[in-house]
Design a protein around this ligand. Structure first.
Ligand SMILES: C[S@@+](CC[C@H](N)C(=O)[O-])C[C@H]1O[C@@H](n2cnc3c(N)ncnc32)[C@H](O)[C@@H]1O
Length: 440
């Protein structure tokens, strides 16, 4: 085996063969390729000692063994070296040469013909080789249990089945790849999706913040990017608090809250979400603590929520020390539902410290999204919320589109019948200053 003399860097070395460009149906055999790799010939008994010192110089590729048998010598081994770093004896660093000397290894670098297959390429390398040159190949996806949920761009669509299969092949545990067909603008916020490759079965199981959820992903809403928000709200709750979850989905606010010993009323209009919500309450052993409803959000607020608030905030409420929280996570529409709080309750208003705390989600494309959400929520309620609410940025949904959560106590003047509302700056005493998340 002659020593490699050139230090020419071949950037195409680990790219799949060029004739896979334009492939729309995955042919794994077309990815076979032979590359010449620098290797170091050593005796098998020094391999372990040597590998610790040759971390920098050794080849690092998925699925490629760094040490193989020497085809010319039964007692010998070949250590694969990084072809971008190792060209001649001079490529070794001083310390590496000294270890080689200590172990009596000849530092001469030889060549070895290595056969690469589909298994040895990373998903991005495969897609970059297949899709049209110069176009974006982002291979990112949201993982929901065994499902990879992709959001492909138009130029990627001719390759959608191949992309789906590559995602399955290259990500252990993923056995199905789906693509979002349109934006979630249907009532139940579930995606219309097409199975690109793998299992058609959308029944899945996920873990979020130590709780388990099971559901049919094709029929309900689930977004793994909301896990931090789910725990942020759960952490605001204290044992004994009451939580009304108006748009509960399959339970990611309701179940952790119930586990914290809160009393939970959880609602969703989608019969499938309602079914899986009930199921997940049992699965997480909180079915005794969660009352589950299948109503329109407005009917839920004006029915079960009203009834419970009349009791919770009634004359006996003076002894009550627990807070009432109302979560409204339907960002495209939840602000409209705030009107249901207007004159919801009869009788004498409760103490201001007992007034329910609303966490209402919204999208905004405004240059000042926090102010935009405060203004829109305030307009629905007929008051100014700017001085008495906090707005939390949940996540960036798309370029120039944010998801936010506005949190405020519902003023008694809004919640109770026959109250006078000061529209500019309502007069409930504890609401005069800007609240921070820590206040709740
Ligand atoms: C954005 S998802 C949020 C689900 C869950 N809270 C979460 O964080 O994952 C909104 C939920 O509201 C439900 N929904 C949509 N319109 C509704 C309405 N008018 N009344 C009650 N629920 C509704 C959908 O079925 C969906 O499960």
């Amino acid at each position: 085996m002659p020593e490699i003399e050139t230090n020419h860097r071949d950037s195409e070395l680990f790219s799949p063969p060029s004739d896979v460009r334009g492939m729309t149906e995955l042919d794994r055999t077309a990815f076979k390729k032979t590359v010449t790799i620098p290797v170091l010939k050593v005796r098998k008994e020094v391999v372990n000692k040597l590998m610790r010192s040759l971390k920098r110089a050794a080849l690092q590729r998925p699925g490629i063994k760094r040490v193989i048998e020497d085809p010319e010598d039964e007692e010998g081994r070949l250590i694969m070296l990084d072809p971008y770093k190792m060209f001649t004896v001079d490529s070794f660093e001083k310390e590496e040469l000294s270890i080689l000397k200590q172990l009596n290894v000849n530092p001469q670098i030889s060549k070895y013909n290595l056969d690469l297959t589909y298994e040895n390429f990373k998903s991005e390398e495969i897609l970059r080789a297949v899709l049209p040159e110069g176009q974006d190949v982002t291979s990112g996806f949201s993982r929901v249990g065994h499902i990879a949920h992709l959001n492909l761009r138009d130029h990627q669509l001719p390759y959608k089945h191949l992309i789906g299969q590559v995602m399955i092949d290259k990500n252990p545990g993923i056995t199905s790849a789906v693509n979002k067909i349109n934006n979630i603008d249907n009532t139940y916020r579930n995606f219309e999706m097409e199975v690109l490759s793998g299992e058609e079965n959308m029944m899945t199981k996920v873990r979020e913040n130590n709780y388990t959820y099971e559901f049919d992903f094709s029929k309900v809403y689930w977004n793994p990017r909301l896990s931090t928000e789910h725990s942020r709200i759960t952490e605001l709750l204290k044992p004994g608090d009451v939580l009304f979850d108006v748009f509960a989905g399959v339970g990611p606010f309701a179940i952790p809250a119930a586990k914290k010993n809160c009393t939970v009323f959880a609602n969703d209009l989608n019969p499938e979400s309602h079914k899986w919500l009930l199921h997940n309450c049992k699965l997480n052993k909180v079915d005794q603590k969660v009352k589950v409803f299948n109503l329109d959000g407005k009917d839920f607020l004006q029915g079960p929520v009203r009834e419970e608030l009349m009791q919770q905030l009634g004359p006996l409420s003076k002894e009550r020390k627990h807070s009432v929280h109302i979560v409204m996570n339907l960002p495209a529409k939840a602000i409209e539902f705030l009107s249901a709080f207007k004159a919801l309750l009869d009788g004498q208003p409760c103490g201001s410290e007992l007034l329910p705390i609303v966490h209402c989600y919204s999208f905004s494309k405004d240059a000042n999204p926090a102010k935009d959400v405060q203004q829109r929520a305030g307009t629905v309620l007929g008051i100014s919320l700017e001085a008495c609410s906090s707005v939390h940025l949940v996540r960036n949904v798309a370029p120039n589109k944010e998801m936010l959560c506005i949190t405020f106590q519902i003023p008694a003047a809004i919640l109770y019948k026959n109250q006078t509302v000061n529209r500019d700056n309502h007069e409930d005493p504890p609401l005069k200053r800007q609240r921070t998340d820590k206040d709740f």
